[in-house]
Design a protein around this ligand. Structure first.
Ligand SMILES: Cc1cc2nc3c(=O)[nH]c(=O)nc-3n(C[C@H](O)[C@H](O)[C@H](O)COP(=O)(O)OP(=O)(O)OC[C@H]3O[C@@H](n4cnc5c(N)ncnc54)[C@H](O)[C@@H]3O)c2cc1C
Length: 411
C-alpha cells in the first residue's frame, strides 16, 4: 500500500489526507500544533466562508494565472460540494457565499476531523517537520525526535499569513530544497495604511463606498461595498481585495493610490455634476447651512471633517462659497485620495500572494514537475483569492486533486 505523509494538518492537508485515504493509501498527517486546523476556526470571523457560488477565475490571482483554468474546473467545483455534502455540512448561502448552516467555523473543522477519525488516518500532533529528503524512491521526513519514511509527500504547510496558527512560511524552505522557485511572498487581504494626518478624526466610521486602486495613475481594480475608516487609513472587505495588488505595486516601487467615492450610488460622473446636484438640492431645501445640506446622505462626522479640510465654515450657506471651494469639497467626497504607505503585515494578513511557482506543478494533480511523488496543496502555492471563500475553495480543490492522484497511482 502506498504510504503518504501529509505535512500540515490545516484546510488543504486534511482534505488531501481524506481523499488519499479514501483512494486506498496509507496516510499519516504530521502537524506542528497540538491540534489540527487551527486557522479554520478564525476564518470568516469565526463563521468560515468556505466556498463561493461564483467561481469566476477573476477571483483568483497568481503569476501563472493561465493555469488556474485547469484547476478551478466545473468538475473540481462539484467534487468540493460533494465532499462537504458527504461530510454532512449543510450550507447557508448568502449572496453566493457559503457558510456552515450553524454559522460556526468549528462545524467545518469538526466535520473534517470526524472523517479523519472515521477513516482511521493517523494524526501526529506536535510534529514540526524540519527537513524532507528523497533517497531513491523514498522520502525521509525529519522531525525533532523521529524520522518517517514514505512513498509520497504532500506539503500543505500554508503561507506566512497569521503565523500564530502555525503557518509561518517555513514550508517555502522545504519546497526550495527540492529546487522549487518561490514567487515573492507578500501579505494580501489586509488593511491599507495611508499618509494623511486626519485619520484619527474618521476612525471608527463604517460606510458603503466605491474604492478604486490606481497604480502609477492607472486604474487597476475597483470594489464597492462596506469600508471601515481607521486611525491608520482604511479596512474592510473591499479594501482587503485591493491590498494584494497594492502590496505588489509597492514592492516594485510603484505609486499606489486608493480613491474613495463616499456617494457611489448617486452616480456622479465628475465633480461638476455633483456640484450641480448640490446647487439643486440647496434650492429645494431652502438654503440650509452647508453642514445641513449634507444631512442624510453623508456620515455626519465626515461632513465636518471634509469641510474643515477644505476650509469651509459649516455654518455658511451654500451660495456663499466660491465655485472653486464647491469643487474642492465635491472632489474630497467623490475622489477622496489616500496615498498608500503600506499594507498591514503578515501577522494581520488573511493570506499571502506568491508561493511555490504554479508552473512547476501539474495543475491536474498538484504533483511537482521537479520531484516525482511530491505534491503541494493550498496556500503554499502561488495562488491567492479574493475575500469570499476563494482561498478555502483553492485549499479544498488542490487537496482533493493531490489526494485522489496519489490514491489513483496506488490503484
Ligand atoms: C483571519 C483569517 C480569516 C480567513 N477567512 C477566510 C474565509 O472566510 N474564507 C476563505 O476562503 N479563506 C479564509 N482565510 C484563508 C484560509 O484560512 C487559508 O487560505 C487556508 O486555511 C489555507 O489552507 P492551507 O491548508 O494551505 O494552510 P493552513 O490552513 O494555514 O494550514 C497549514 C498547516 O500546516 C501546519 N504546518 C506548517 N508548517 C509545518 C511544519 N513544518 N510541520 C508540520 N506542520 C506544519 C500549520 O500548523 C497548519 O496547521 C482566512 C485566513 C485568516 C488568517
Amino acid at each position: 500500500m502506498t504510504k503518504i505523509i501529509v505535512v500540515g494538518g490545516g484546510a488543504s492537508g486534511l482534505v488531501a489526507a481524506i481523499s488519499a485515504k479514501r483512494s486506498g493509501a496509507e496516510v499519516i498527517v504530521l502537524e506542528r500544533n497540538d491540534t489540527l486546523a487551527k486557522k479554520i476556526l478564525i476564518t470568516g470571523n469565526g463563521k468560515c466562508n468556505y466556498w463561493n457560488e461564483d467561481q469566476n477565475l477573476n477571483h483568483y490571482h497568481s503569476s501563472s494565472e493561465e493555469l488556474l483554468k485547469d484547476i478551478i474546473t466545473l468538475e473540481n467545483q462539484k467534487k468540493v460540494l460533494n465532499f462537504f455534502d458527504e461530510l454532512g455540512i449543510i450550507p447557508k448561502i448568502k449572496n453566493g457565499y457559503y457558510y456552515p448552516y450553524s454559522n460556526q467555523a468549528v462545524a467545518i473543522k469538526a466535520a473534517l476531523i470526524n472523517e479523519i477519525e472515521n477513516l482511521k488516518i493517523e494524526v501526529l500532533n506536535n510534529m514540526f517537520v524540519e527537513k524532507i529528503e528523497k533517497e531513491n524512491d523514498k522520502f525521509l521526513v525529519f522531525t525533532k525526535n523521529k524520522t518517517f519514511s514514505s512513498d509520497s509527500v504532500i506539503i500543505a504547510t500554508g503561507s506566512k499569513a497569521a503565523p500564530k496558527t502555525g503557518s509561518d512560511g517555513n514550508g517555502y524552505l522545504l519546497a526550495k530544497k527540492f529546487g522549487h522557485k518561490i514567487v515573492p511572498i507578500l501579505p494580501s487581504l489586509t488593511q491599507i495604511y495611508g499618509d494623511s494626518f486626519y485619520y484619527k478624526e474618521w476612525n471608527g466610521i463604517r460606510l458603503e463606498a466605491k474604492v478604486s486602486l490606481y497604480e502609477d495613475d492607472k486604474l487597476i481594480k475597483e470594489e464597492t461595498g462596506e469600508i471601515h475608516l481607521t486611525d491608520y487609513g482604511v479596512s474592510g472587505i473591499c479594501i482587503f481585495n485591493l491590498s494584494g495588488l497594492a502590496a505588489k505595486g509597492l514592492a516594485k516601487k510603484r505609486k499606489e493610490i486608493v480613491l474613495i467615492n463616499f456617494v457611489p450610488d448617486l452616480c456622479f460622473n465628475n465633480c461638476t455634476d455633483f456640484v450641480k446636484w448640490l446647487d439643486k438640492r440647496n434650492r429645494n431645501l431652502n438654503n440650509r447651512t452647508i453642514a445641513k445640506l449634507f444631512d442624510g446622505f453623508i456620515n455626519y462626522k465626515l461632513v465636518y471633517l471634509f469641510l474643515k479640510l477644505v476650509q469651509i465654515n459649516p455654518n455658511l450657506l451654500w451660495q456663499d462659497i466660491s465655485d472653486e471651494k464647491k469643487l474642492l469639497l465635491a472632489d474630497i467626497i467623490i475622489n477622496h485620495k489616500l496615498n498608500v504607505l503600506k499594507v498591514n503585515d503578515f501577522l494581520k494578513a488573511q493570506v499571502c500572494s506568491g508561493g511555490v511557482n504554479l508552473s512547476e506543478i501539474n495543475p491536474k494533480t498538484m504533483e511537482s514537475f521537479k520531484v516525482k511523488n511530491l505534491y503541494f496543496t493550498g496556500e503554499i502555492l502561488d495562488v491567492d483569492g479574493d475575500c469570499g471563500g476563494y482561498n478555502l475553495s483553492f485549499a479544498w480543490i488542490s487537496g482533493i486533486l493531490a489526494g485522489e492522484d496519489i490514491g489513483d497511482n496506488n490503484a
